[in-house]
Design a protein around this ligand. Structure first.
Ligand SMILES: Cc1cc2nc3c(=O)[nH]c(=O)nc-3n(C[C@H](O)[C@H](O)[C@H](O)COP(=O)(O)OP(=O)(O)OC[C@H]3O[C@@H](n4cnc5c(N)ncnc54)[C@H](O)[C@@H]3O)c2cc1C
Length: 217
């Protein structure tokens, strides 16, 4: 799995702070930016529930070598933009799949997993050699099949995404990319993402009986 930040709003903390401050000032954001304490202003405005202010910050990630099982969960996040490698236009003839750690750690399960993948890819290639197009041959492919995806989210959506997907209750692969994305976001925008992560970072767990009991504070 590879997670890279392709592009992001430059000086996101300062831009969002200036945008927020301009709501209460005679001066424009252009006049205010660089002239205020971004941390103090943003904490106050976002703390008041004025979350639209952080929509001005946008982040684009390239994610490589993850499973289709992960991207199926990822694309449920509607306030985001995605471009995913097509199984219609790209032949999947080279076997490539994600192996879960539970399978990897169990030699018997690993033999079963790998032999099943071998026979799936063997059948895929045979269909292609019969002239079946990739868009139809792909019906054989498994959830574990690897894919690449480009993700764009604004900071408001990212905070929501991190709240759900950095949680220990989230599935391990999506939690792994969410954790990496959060680490990257914190580096470039420490104020906006200071308290980001699952709800247990900020207060009590809302999961009730389903709580993992291991707060990430
Ligand atoms: C641990 C976990 C387990 C899950 N298990 C399942 C499962 O078993 N089955 C399943 O189907 N899904 C499951 N999901 C997916 C989940 O139901 C959501 O589809 C997914 O997390 C996206 O969340 P969202 O809709 O809040 O986010 P987004 O789509 O990113 O939306 C962000 C926010 O925008 C607002 N919004 C967006 N669209 C609308 C709209 N149309 N109307 C009103 N407000 C809107 C909401 O406030 C929403 O929270 C699971 C998610 C998690 C984290």
């Amino acid at each position: 799995m590879k997670v890279e930040l392709l592009a992001h709003t430059r000086d996101a903390d300062a831009i969002c702070a200036a945008a927020g401050n301009s709501c209460y000032s005679e001066r424009s954001a252009a006049d205010i930016v660089g002239d205020i304490d971004s941390e103090r202003v943003l904490s106050r405005i976002v703390g008041m529930g004025h979350h639209s202010v952080i929509e001005h910050a946008v982040f684009t990630f390239s994610v490589e070598g993850v499973s289709r099982a992960l991207t199926h969960q990822l694309v449920r996040h509607r306030v985001a933009s995605f471009s995913q490698q097509s199984q219609r236009y790209v032949s999947m003839e080279r076997a490539s799949y994600v192996v879960p750690h539970t399978v990897e750690g169990d030699p018997e399960a690993m033999v079963l997993f790998e032999s099943t993948m071998d026979s799936i890819w063997d059948a895929y290639r045979r269909l292609e050699s019969m002239g079946i197009p990739p868009e139809d041959a792909r019906y054989l492919l498994p959830n574990g099949c690897t894919t690449n995806i480009t993700i764009t989210m604004n900071a408001r959506e990212l905070l929501h995404f991190f709240s759900l997907r950095c949680c220990n209750r989230a599935q391990w692969e999506i939690r792994e990319i969410a954790d990496r994305m959060l680490e990257i976001c914190r580096e470039v925008s420490p104020v906006i993402f200071r308290d980001a992560g699952p709800p247990c970072v900020r207060g009590p767990c809302p999961e009730g009986k389903l709580t993992c009991g291991k707060p990430r504070r």
